[in-house]
Design a protein around this ligand. Structure first.
Ligand code: TRP
Length: 440
């Protein structure tokens, strides 16, 4: 049997895991949700939930992966035969997320190409008329998927790790530079104030629930991504420290992305409550009004592309490792399975902004339905099952023993972590699910 691949270095693993976490969730969703939910107060709640829920589940998932060194399906089955279905759920969810993620990846490529060629997207109808076209967005989506597939063909250390180790540091630098530019624009002050000043009157149950959903999505939890990435670690790795780093870096990127987007939106005389079109409609107005706006726009969409690619490959790798290991197919062949499936579902999702727009499921078009189904239903269910599995099937004692291996300073929080996994997480996740089903 082929020897299982491993990460080349600790830095490489962290960049890959942060690459998975840092994605459209941070740069596209976080600023617009914060914009809609009244700024500072939302950020405080988000950070609290990240520390409590996010960190706890990250550590649990990486521990499952490292203990079993197997794909998501075999990992659950390896600990207790019969529980592989939790992994299968994650594999299905990964397909669904990549499908709509690559549609957005295609839009990003389009915007990047327009800015890089010195063009402009300033007309108001640009976004809506582009996304509803029958052919062009589908082609850009396929290009995005092809880029991801090519990276995955080169494997764990030669593909995912190498690309993440280059793209992530560049993303940090570009994002910091753009945020600095944004906060120093004339008129940005009102935006900074809005962003940082907590307005607790805007905090409703729905806002808390959406913050929790955002924690799951942003940290790539609940569908086997971190199990898969953890499975390429060896037992000398310090997964406590690594989980802290991944959580902190992902949160920092979200907060800085808010600084890059919200003050700029205020400076251009816009408001930050436009929802999903903030990045594609509101922000281009900003690029029109500032000096060297096209260069800034190109840099911005390049960094969003890096974020999207490193997240999409993490989701596709869940699928690749499952098919590769279960059916003993070579990696170069296994990568075509997610490519073809996501190309098909992604095309349908893309067309649902245009010619398939009349098809609606639960009152949503196909694209919105896929996003809702994966993020609001499959993700929390996956997270809940993972916690229950760790708590009552694997047992928190075995999990803590695994976590302690390689942890240089031990795992002082073992008792608290076990308590969270056993009692707090399932209840919190159940609340989200009830809320979601109540809303359907
Ligand atoms: N975390 C990524 C983002 O913020 C998306 C993502 C990658 C993801 N892998 C995941 C979300 C696994 C949920 C589960 O955009």
């Amino acid at each position: 049997m082929e020897k299982r691949e491993k990460w080349g270095s600790r830095f490489g693993f962290i960049m890959a895991a942060v690459g998975s976490a840092v994605g459209l969730g941070n740069i596209w969703k976080f600023p617009y949700i914060t914009g809609q939910a009244g700024g500072g107060a939302f950020i405080l709640i988000y950070i609290l939930l990240t520390v409590l829920v996010g960190f706890t589940i990250i550590l649990g998932e990486i521990a499952i992966g490292r203990a079993t060194r197997a794909n998501a399906f075999a990992a659950f089955n390896g600990i207790k035969p019969g529980f592989g279905f939790i992994g299968i759920l994650g594999i299905i969810a990964s397909f669904v997320i990549v499908s709509f993620y690559s549609v957005i990846g295609g839009w990003i490529l389009k915007y990047l190409s327009v800015y890089a060629l010195g063009g402009s997207v300033k007309t108001d109808g640009f976004f809506t008329s582009f996304v509803s076209l029958p052919v062009e967005p589908v082609i850009w989506m396929l290009v995005f998927l092809a880029i991801c597939t090519l990276i995955l063909m080169r494997g764990i250390s030669g593909g995912i790790e190498k690309v993440s180790s280059i793209m992530m540091p560049l993303l940090f630098i570009l994002l910091a530079a753009i945020a600095l530019r944004a906060v120093t624009l004339p008129g940005a002050g009102a935006g900074i104030e809005f962003y940082l000043k907590p307005d607790f009157s805007k905090i409703t149950w729905d806002v808390v629930v959406s913050a929790l959903g955002q924690v799951f999505f942003s940290l790539s939890l609940g569908m086997g991504t971190l199990i898969t990435y953890g499975s390429y670690l060896d037992s000398r790795s310090d997964i406590v420290k690594d989980s802290v780093l991944i959580t902190v870096l992902d949160t920092i990127v979200s907060v800085i992305a808010g600084f890059a987007v919200i003050p700029a939106v205020f400076a251009a005389g816009q408001t930050p409550d436009f929802g999903p079109s903030l990045l594609f409609v509101t922000l281009p107005h900003v690029f029109e009004t500032i000096p060297f706006g096209h260069a800034v726009g190109a840099a911005f969409f390049l960094l969003v592309l890096f974020a999207a690619v490193t997240s999409a490959i993490s989701l596709m790798q869940v699928v690749v490792s499952f098919f590769g290991e279960t059916f003993r197919i070579k990696r170069e062949a296994a990568v075509f399975i997610p490519f073809v499936c996501c190309a098909v579902i992604g095309s349908v999702a893309s067309l649902s902004h245009g010619i398939l727009g009349s098809i609606s499921i639960l009152g949503k078009n196909i694209f919105d339905f896929l996003s809702f189904f994966a993020s609001d239903i499959l993700l929390p269910i996956g997270g809940m099952l993972t916690c229950l599995f760790i708590a009552f099937v694997w047992t928190t004692d075995s999990a803590c023993a695994e976590i302690k291996k390689g942890a240089k300073h031990g795992f002082k929080l073992a008792a608290f972590w076990s308590f969270l996994i056993k009692f707090v997480m399932p209840v919190i996740i159940l609340i989200i699910l009830l809320r979601v089903f109540g809303a359907v």
